[in-house]
Structures are given as C-alpha cells and as structure tokens.
Design a protein around this ligand. Structure first.
Ligand SMILES: C[S@@+](CC[C@H](N)C(=O)[O-])C[C@H]1O[C@@H](n2cnc3c(N)ncnc32)[C@H](O)[C@@H]1O
Length: 228
C-alpha cells in the first residue's frame, strides 16, 4: 500500500486549522487591525482583505526591504494599509488609492483609530487615473497591487515607473483557486491576473516569482517582483 503523502491529507479542514494555528502562533491579535475588519464588515464591505498571515507578510517584506515609501492600490477598510503603515519608519509614508468615496471614509476612520493616520494619504479615484499624478513624488520602495484585477498590467507598469531599481512589487490574488492556470478562462479578472503575471515574466524591468497560499481566504497566491 502506498505511503500516505501530505497531498492526500490536504483538505480544507486541515489547511484552515493550520492557518488558524499559524495566525495564533505568529500573528496574534491587535485591536487596531481586528477593529478595522469588524468595522469594514459592519459597513457591509466584503471580507476581501488579506488574511492575517499575509498582512504580516506584507509588513515584514516592507521592513526587510527597508521601505520608507509604500504605494498601495486598493484600500478597502485599510487592513493591509495598517500593516504597511506600521512597517514604515516615523518619517515614512503610505499612499493608498481607493476608487469608492464611502470606502475611503471607512478606511480613514480605521487608520486614525489604529494610530497610523498621519503616515497615510488616501487618494480617491480609479488607480489608472490617480497613478499618473504621482510622477513628481519621490520613488516608492514597495508597491502593493490589490484592486481591480483587470487593470493589473496598468498597475504593474506604473509600479516600475513610480519605483526605482530595487523597488519591491507585490501583486495579490494571483492564483484564484487555481483558475490562473486555466488557459480557456473567459473571466476578465482571471485574464487580468494572467496578463499581469505574463508581463512580470517577460518585461525586462522586473524579476519575479509567485507563491501559492492556503489561508483564511482560501486557495490563492501572491506574485513578488523586484524592479531591476
Ligand atoms: C481587495 S480590496 C483591497 C483589500 C485591501 N488591500 C486589504 O487587503 O485590506 C480592493 C479594493 O480596491 C478598490 N478598487 C476597485 N477598483 C479600483 C480601481 N480601479 N481603482 C482603485 N481602487 C479600486 C475596491 O473598492 C476595494 O476597496
């Protein structure tokens, strides 16, 4: 009889228990972050913020790369923004772009309550319209892309233009339950993710990889790129 492999045992129940264990063990709970998710939910916004383990991953990537200026596209209730703002130094800045005014209001309240409001600019508008207005700013050290997936190639292009050699780019939701590997997909969001990954693989401005993730948000992944 073949030995049971870990693949055979991989069920949603197992990976959810592992995610809960990792979250409790390595991330824990903190009022500013937990309250942001609670308020976002009470306001009827969808639970599409990054999972706690990935919020902490973003935070650590920002600190490991010494990021002082961070650009985020897609704010929602500012859960990931709070993680990022806590990673930049006192003179650092997080610029986050949100298309919906009522969502930006919720994000602002959550950032202020978490004590990081002074480090964060929320720019209201569609990413593709707002990004060109940032060309005169100092380059960003880290760019986190987490908005409408159909626009990923536009956002990845701007990440290079608004960054510098050494800028780190993180693109969220790059596996989407495995659909990213479906060449016949007609889902415009999946096609947007595929085009973004293909761009990262082919565009000489980037060196990139991706990791698959199983966490509170299900089976998904992130792409990680360096502007070279
Ligand atoms: C996945 S949520 C962001 C989650 C957040 N980064 C977090 O992890 O807590 C995506 C957000 O992008 C916003 N959005 C959608 N299309 C956009 C666009 N074209 N420009 C800017 N924001 C957009 C949505 O309103 C939503 O709040």
């Amino acid at each position: 009889m073949p030995e049971t492999t870990s693949d055979d045992r991989l069920t949603p129940d197992l990976w959810r228990r592992v995610d809960a264990y990792l979250t409790e063990t390595l991330v824990g709970h903190e009022a500013g972050l937990d309250d942001a998710v609670a308020d976002q939910s009470a306001a009827g916004l969808p639970p599409i913020e990054v999972a706690p383990v990935n919020g902490k991953l973003l935070h650590l990537i920002a600190r490991m790369s010494g990021a002082r200026r961070v650009l985020e596209i897609g704010t929602l209730g500012a859960y990931s923004t709070i993680w990022l703002a806590r990673a930049v130094p006192a003179d650092g800045r997080v610029v986050t772009i949100e298309a919906e005014p009522h969502i930006a209001d919720i994000a602002r309240a959550n950032l202020d309550r978490a004590g990081v409001g002074e480090k964060v600019d929320i720019l209201l508008g569609r990413g593709a319209d707002v990004l060109p207005t940032l060309v005169d700013q100092e380059p960003f050290d880290l760019v986190f892309i987490d908005a409408d997936k159909e626009s990923n190639t536009i956002y990845i292009d701007w990440a290079a233009r608004l960054g510098r050699a050494g800028t780190v780019v993180v693109v969220d939701n790059t596996v989407r339950g495995g659909e990213v590997a479906n060449p016949a997909t007609e889902n415009p969001q999946i096609i947007g993710v595929q085009r973004g990954l293909e761009m990262l693989g082919r565009d000489p401005r980037f060196d990139a990889t991706a990791i698959q993730t199983l966490d509170a948000k299900g089976y998904d992944g992130i792409a990680l790129a360096l502007v070279v």
